[in-house]
Design a protein around this ligand. Structure first.
Ligand SMILES: C[S@@+](CC[C@H](N)C(=O)[O-])C[C@H]1O[C@@H](n2cnc3c(N)ncnc32)[C@H](O)[C@@H]1O
Ligand code: SF4
Ligand code: SF4
Length: 352
């Protein structure tokens, strides 16, 4: 049996299943920490460590205005996409089809380059459709900041593009593949071509090998849906056969993670003290998990990032967080509450 059922969402059970593979059962928070650890250990410095401790102190002290700097930033370089997955087409995501002004990105990186551990270069679009994506990665890498992208990989890519991606310094790439047959895969990845994705994945792995590079770490990410459960075991085997470093099964956030919990949130979410997200039009959100205008804290077209980081809007969100305020946007979010609605199937496996 590939999966066992855990009752405690926060308990981690790790089971060797042969071939060097292990199964892990996590909640999403565990997965994120796990992934981030690979990046953090490559880019940590004494200054960054000191800043991380400072973030924790500010969080514990519930400071609204902080002297600490962000550890982690999510940057949506583009919100264009070639696919039409339900998550992005259910009306909750606004698609402007634009590209971030690169100078806004450099202004953020320059401001926090000595403190940032990681930049995620995607949000609600397909990062590999951005012709500047390698430049985004290189800029962060040149400042010793870790980088990660998630991609559907369902597009034509030249050998040169793959080589540039590998040599850019990119630390981690998630490839989203939700099935091992086209019929299953395209139930969620509408418009995607599974053969093309697997062809590109093989080439990416071969390119990394040919160039003798240890990076990027390559993850096959499979979203957990009832319709693809029968293919999850084969997908984990195929990931190992192809040479992917990790195979993850990620819960469908719409059914498991961010659905209204029906309780008043008492735990302050640490994200408000350590991170923010930049959207492709320059808008800044205090939260990198949840979409929506209610977490908007500023705009890089009008305000510098250091002013936004301690803006009245950001300070207000930190002040009210965890107080069960009826209007607080975090009220109905389960993330980091330690009691996420984790189904028994929320789990991950690691190949290698
Ligand atoms: C919106 S996508 C953008 C990046 C890229 N286009 C992709 O799909 O990988 C960002 C991440 O959200 C994931 N995602 C998409 N739909 C999801 C859902 N319903 N639940 C959880 N994660 C989801 C994707 O697999 C991807 O890792
Ligand atoms: S590929 Fe990514 S960005 Fe595009 S529609 Fe699907 S989840 Fe959204
Ligand atoms: S509680 Fe949820 S919505 Fe609020 S900052 Fe944390 S992840 Fe975002």
């Amino acid at each position: 049996m590939l999966y066992s059922v855990g009752t405690e969402p926060t308990r981690l059970v790790s089971v060797p299943i042969g071939g060097g593979m292990r199964l892990h059962y996590h909640n999403l928070h565990s997965l994120l920490v796990n992934r981030h650890w690979h990046i953090v250990k490559r880019h940590i410095t004494i200054r960054k460590l000191a800043n991380a401790l400072s973030c924790l102190v500010h969080y514990w002290m519930r400071r609204e205005i902080v002297a600490s700097r962000p550890l982690y930033v999510k940057v949506e370089t583009t919100d264009c996409c070639n696919l039409r997955c339900e998550h992005c087409h259910d009306g909750t995501v606004t698609r402007r089809n634009d590209f971030l002004d690169f100078s806004m990105y450099t202004s953020v990186v320059d401001q926090y380059s000595r403190y940032l551990l990681e930049v995620s270069l995607f949000d609600q679009g397909e990062p590999l459709l951005d012709p500047l994506i390698v430049d985004y990665v290189r800029y962060a890498s040149s400042c010793n900041i870790g980088t990660v992208i998630s991609t559907n990989l369902s597009m034509t890519l030249s050998d040169e593009q793959l080589s540039q991606l590998v040599t850019s310094g990119l630390d981690y790439i998630q490839v989203a593949i939700d099935g091992v047959t086209q019929a299953t895969y395209e139930q969620y990845r509408v418009g995607g071509d599974l053969d093309l994705v697997l062809f590109n994945l093989r080439r990416l792995i071969a390119t990394r090998r040919r160039l003798g590079s240890r990076t990027p770490l390559i993850e096959w990410q499979m979203l957990d849906f009832a319709f693809n459960r029968a293919e999850q075991e084969r997908a984990s085997e195929l990931a190992a056969e192809l040479g992917a470093d990790r195979f993850m099964i990620k819960p469908d956030s719409h059914s498991a993670l961010l659905s209204p919990a029906g309780y008043s949130r008492q735990v302050k979410c640490i994200l408000l003290w350590v991170s923010f997200a930049v959207e492709s039009d320059g808008a800044v959100s205090a939260c990198l998990v949840k979409d929506g205008d209610s977490l908007y804290v500023g705009d890089l077209r009008e305000t510098s990032i250091q002013d936004i980081w301690n803006s009245p809007a950001f300070a207000k969100l930190r002040r009210c967080s965890g107080r069960a305020c009826s209007e607080h946007p975090c009220r109905e979010c389960n993330w980091f509450a330690g009691r996420a609605k984790t189904s028994p199937e929320n789990r991950a496996t690691t190949a290698r």
